[in-house]
Design a binder for this molecule. Structure first.
Ligand SMILES: *Cc1c(COP(=O)(O)O)cnc(C)c1O
Length: 362
């Protein structure tokens, strides 16, 4: 079976984790946390990184840090992983679901603008499948209406928008280091920001709201959202390989493009002035229904090729049911994610493409 995704774990990763576990610093104190935070902040070109337990709590904490909660509305894209919307609900705010656009499959600024009300407090653009969202237009809207921006960069480590890395394009950004993300810490997440106050408040809230200079003196009900030193050790090792992971993922996308584009299959978007990262290769088919696409996925699985359908629109899920954005619904039904991980051999890509083209023609 060719998996759709798998983590790249090398001897460097194993050495780092072994070192961390042998040192006895297995929980959330220890030298790797600080190294990981400093190195990931440098990588993103921002002043601060606050390492956390996963990408979902990173979004939740970002909302809390920005003081967003009951009675507030937060605009999220219809096409994203469910955690983006769930985190808003967990913060007791109301997710308002905007459509995405065809050019980059990310939040459509025109759809966002139509949904802004006096209660709107923030926008969460998602850099979907590694393509940066329309940050300039969204930032203009945020400035005009005094809104905060939290980038959900869980799928876009290292992507670049108009000369700037994602992670530093809003008030703060959130990342995930889950096993299928571009770098992994097993489970893990982070908030990145240029703001000293945001970083300080995030550190405070991730650690039970404990006073910095008075042990066991807690001044607010807060969270245990910390990352462990074990996870951070893996993160440091992964970060050292991120450049090569990104290059491998580019190679894989180019190869898929070579085999599929001439047959009319649309692959990952790539707008001028952006440098997306290929978190996962996307194939979008003309004239297929959701059922036909799902049948092809099942047949591929029988032939030893694991793929994924695009996310359902958030608005289609039972707890959010409302009218879907037409673009989100259309992309969601016709899109498929293809195996993408460093080291995926060219011969496998060729076999995947040949099998896919044969099945999709039927
Ligand atoms: C993976 C992901 C998350 C959640 O990250 P976890 O670490 O799995 O909690 C949030 N948003 C998006 C867009 C993701 O892809």
């Amino acid at each position: 079976m060719i998996p759709v995704s798998k983590p790249t774990i090398t001897s460097v990763d194993i050495q780092h984790v072994t070192d961390a576990v042998s040192s006895g610093w297995v929980s959330s104190q220890g030298p790797y946390i600080e190294s990981f935070e400093r190195e990931f902040a440098d990588f993103c070109g921002v002043r601060h990184c606050v390492a956390l337990a996963n990408g979902t709590v990173a979004i939740h904490l970002a909302l809390k840090v920005l003081n967003i909660g009951r009675g507030d509305e937060v605009i999220v894209p219809d096409l994203t992983f469910v955690a983006t919307a769930n985190a808003v609900v967990l913060a007791e705010a109301t997710p308002v679901i905007a459509d995405v656009r065809f050019s980059d499959w990310c939040l459509d600024p025109m759809s966002v603008e139509r949904l802004i009300t006096p209660r709107t407090r923030a926008i969460i653009p998602v850099h979907l499948y590694g393509h940066p969202a329309a940050m300039e237009e969204l930032r203009a809207l945020a400035q005009k209406h005094k809104l905060k921006i939290i980038e959900d960069a869980a799928e876009a480590h290292g992507a670049n928008y108009r000369g700037h890395k994602v992670g530093g394009l809003g008030d703060c950004a959130t990342f995930s280091f889950y096993g299928n993300k571009i770098i992994t810490t097993g489970e893990g997440g982070a908030i990145t920001t240029d703001s000293d106050e945001v970083a300080e408040r995030a550190r405070f809230l991730r650690d039970h709201g404990m006073s910095k200079d008075r042990r066991y003196w807690h001044t607010e009900v807060a969270y245990n959202y910390r990352m462990t030193n074990l996870q951070a050790a893996l993160g440091v090792a992964q970060l050292g390989q991120l450049g090569s992971f990104m290059a491998e993922r580019d190679r894989i996308l180019e190869s898929y493009r070579y085999h599929l584009a001439k047959h009319g299959v649309t692959l990952n978007p790539h707008l001028a002035d952006t440098r997306p990262v290929n978190w996962i290769t996307c194939a979008l088919f003309d004239d297929v229904s959701r059922e036909e696409r799902d049948a092809v996925i099942a047949r591929l699985h029988k032939e030893g090729i694991d793929t994924r359908p695009f996310f359902y629109p958030i608005s289609a899920l039972p707890m959010y049911t409302r009218a879907s954005g037409p673009v989100s619904e259309d992309l969601s039904a016709r899109g498929m994610n293809l195996p993408t991980y460093p080291g995926l051999p060219e011969s496998d890509i060729e076999r995947i493409c040949q099998t896919l083209l044969r099945l999709i023609r039927k």
